[in-house]
Design a protein around this ligand. Structure first.
Ligand code: DOR
Ligand code: ZN
Length: 350
């Protein structure tokens, strides 16, 4: 059936290859929003203090399992926060013991809680070499932090100044460029032969920088990397709906309570866990490519990570608009759910 006549779609239970669950009351409140539709997620380690060692990742995993809603069948895939002091032997142990799936690289100062990240990439080379040897992927926040570089150019400059040299030095390292936001990144991934993939968020498929800045500043659309001009968003949509195995979903759903978003220096992060699958279905349907949602959300990620595709399924059905809560209540305060700005017609059933 041509895609534009499809009104029901059953796909393997999707995974989220980039997710912030936080800790404590926030974890408790947001975890069910992800476990409702997703089977696994790569869990970001940028807590305060960050999750650096195997032992810390194991303890964080236990806190997540303890917060699991009843009947939840969700597998958190843990990551280690790479610092210049990270011990290669600990990373090897974390991977071999099944504690951590990947390592996360934040350039120091790039985003929320990234102060312990990497300044001198030569210092982490021994860790990267071990990871290449054992096949452990590196998840990269790909933005330079140099204040002289315009914020809209930081991803493209990162590719030239950091990623290209790094991939030359450690060619066997598997790298995920996370939350790509530019045509430049899409082209770079498409031109690669092996060991490189990219995640794309739900919100970067929907908003451009006008959503953030035109007609008044919209803190709930502010995230990092910041949304770019619309031509870049269109390039991301084309990559996502193409079925190309190197592109898959990483929502970067990043909850902050409203008072921390709505202030003079508001936090970066958009919370999309609740309505992501309906938003994505709308985007893929509008591109007449709903049948490719399965590759993007359920198949390409496990393939890159060398994991099995889920044997469970979810079903998306098109009909009257579906409503989602506008906010999630947490014991710390409310978290606003991403507003795509259009009706959502695809209902998810599990
Ligand atoms: O918008 C973002 N929020 N980007 C990031 O890289 C971090 C995240 C967070 O932790 O809030
Ligand atoms: Zn993130």
């Amino acid at each position: 059936m041509p895609d534009r006549h499809v009104t029901s779609l059953t796909i393997p239970r999707p995974d989220d290859w980039h997710l912030h669950l936080r800790d404590g009351a926030m974890l408790q409140a947001v975890l069910p929003e992800t476990t409702r539709h997703f089977g696994r997620a790569i869990i970001m380690p940028n807590l305060v203090p960050p999750v650096v060692t195997a032992e810390q990742a194991k303890a964080y995993r236990e806190r997540i399992m303890n917060a699991m809603p009843p009947g939840g069948q969700f597998e958190p895939l843990m990551t280690l926060y790479l610092t210049e002091a990270t011990d290669p032997a600990d990373v090897r142990h974390a991977h071999e013991a099944g504690i951590a799936t990947a390592v996360k690289l934040y350039p120091a100062g790039a985003t929320t809680n990234s102060a312990s990240g990497v300044r001198d990439f030569e210092k982490v080379r021994p860790v990267l070499e071990v990871m290449a040897e054992i096949g452990m992927p590196l998840c990269v926040h790909g933005e330079v932090t140099d204040s002289a570089i315009d914020i809209f150019d930081r991803e493209a400059v990162f590719i030239d100044k950091v990623l290209k040299p790094l991939r030359k030095k450690v060619p066997d390292l598997k790298i995920v460029m996370e939350h790509v936001t530019t045509q430049d990144a899409v082209d770079y991934v498409r031109d690669s032969v092996k060991n490189l993939a990219a995640t794309i968020t739900t919100h970067h498929l929907i908003i451009n920088r006008n959503h953030v800045l035109a007609g008044g500043i919209k803190p709930h659309f502010y995230c990092l990397p910041v949304a770019k001009r619309d031509t870049h968003r269109v390039a991301l949509v084309q990559a996502a709906v193409s079925g190309d195995k190197r592109f898959f979903l990483g929502t970067d759903s990043a909850p902050h309570i409203d008072p921390l978003k709505l202030q003079a220096c508001g936090c970066a992060g958009i919370f999309t866990a609740t309505n992501t699958m309906s938003c994505l279905a709308e985007v893929f349907d509008a591109a007449a490519r709903i049948s490719k949602l399965e590759d993007f959300a359920s198949r390409n990620g496990p393939k890159f990570y060398g994991l099995p595709v889920s044997e469970q399924t979810i079903t998306l059905t098109k009909g009257d608009p579906v409503s989602y809560p506008t906010q999630i209540e947490t014991a710390d305060g409310p978290v606003t759910v991403f507003d795509p700005g259009f009706d959502l017609h695809w209902r998810v059933t599990c």
